[in-house]
Design a protein. Structure first.
Ligand SMILES: Nc1ncnc2c1ncn2[C@@H]1O[C@H](COP(=O)(O)OP(=O)(O)OP(=O)(O)O)[C@@H](O)[C@H]1O
Length: 247
């Protein structure tokens, strides 16, 4: 269990988050949605331990009840920007998280190489990030994150640069992977359909300052989550967000 306790964040100008508390269970996916600028990315950055110096924060992070400092190997973070190292090839980038975790270079590359075809990156292994499209770079960053063995994966709009079909493929792949190797996932997304299709639970944040205004379990079995079944949930999410953006 990963527990955020009373997280408050201030920028120089304003209070961004006020005493936000949230527990994430192992092996479940939680989607975090909210108006632009409400602080979703900042929550993930705080969890990853890379909040900008310009922000002041207070709060505690507990893993199984024990306070943790970050970066922590249990937490794998995929930022909104792909954050690939421009001087490394794509396979070096994809393998770097595993290398940092202690795998030998060869072993790390052996782990990621078979996934290049699945991720539509076959033939790009020796290319550099600047030679790839935005969607390809995002898939490489996603690959780098999901191969790591952390108990919790923090994904910041991981599919935002993908075309509709590739996005569906990557979502299916993620669900399959989590089925085979359960992890806790915190998924920041603006896509209500994505949240409703993938998540076990959806957290809705308000802005000014950010706090949780709804915590909604998604109980429909995944294989029954079609357009019609999800429509009432999407409508509820939409109306919560509309209220937040018009007040
Ligand atoms: N490096 C920074 N220094 C100071 N303030 C920042 C910095 N980065 C972000 N902010 C402020 O924090 C606010 C929240 O940003 P954050 O990226 O966490 O929101 P978000 O909910 O993820 O937004 P979006 O949905 O648009 O990605 C921004 O509106 C901005 O004012």
């Amino acid at each position: 269990m990963l527990e955020i306790r009373k997280l408050s964040i201030r920028t120089r100008e304003r209070e961004l988050l006020s005493e936000l508390s949230l527990s994430l269970a192992d092996g479940t996916m939680t989607a975090l949605i909210g108006p632009s600028g409400c602080g979703k990315t900042s929550v993930l950055k705080w969890l990853a331990g890379i909040l900008p110096d310009a922000m002041q924060e207070s709060g505690q992070l507990l893993l199984d009840g024990v306070p943790v400092t970050r970066p922590h190997p249990a937490l794998c973070y995929q930022p909104q920007s792909d954050a690939l190292f421009p001087w490394l090839t794509i396979i070096q980038n994809a393998a770097i998280g595993l290398e940092i975790a202690g795998l030998s270079r060869d072993h790390a590359r052996q782990q990621v190489a078979p996934l290049f075809a699945t991720f539509g990156l076959e033939g790009c292994e020796q290319m550099f990030p600047a030679q790839l499209s935005g969607g390809m770079r995002q898939r490489a960053a996603f690959l780098r994150t999901v191969v790591q063995e952390g108990r919790f994966i923090l994904l910041d709009e991981p599919f935002s640069a993908l075309d509709a079909v590739t996005r569906l493929r990557m979502q299916d792949w993620l669900l399959q992977r989590l089925h085979e190797r359960p992890r806790g996932v915190l998924l920041v997304t603006h896509d209500l359909h994505e949240a409703a299709t993938l998540a076990d639970r959806i957290i809705v944040m308000s802005s000014g300052p950010g706090r949780i205004i709804a915590d909604i379990p998604v109980t429909t079995p995944r294989d029954q989550r079609d357009e019609a079944t999800l429509a009432p949930l999407r409508d509820r999410l939409k109306s919560l967000l509309l209220k937040e953006t018009t007040t």
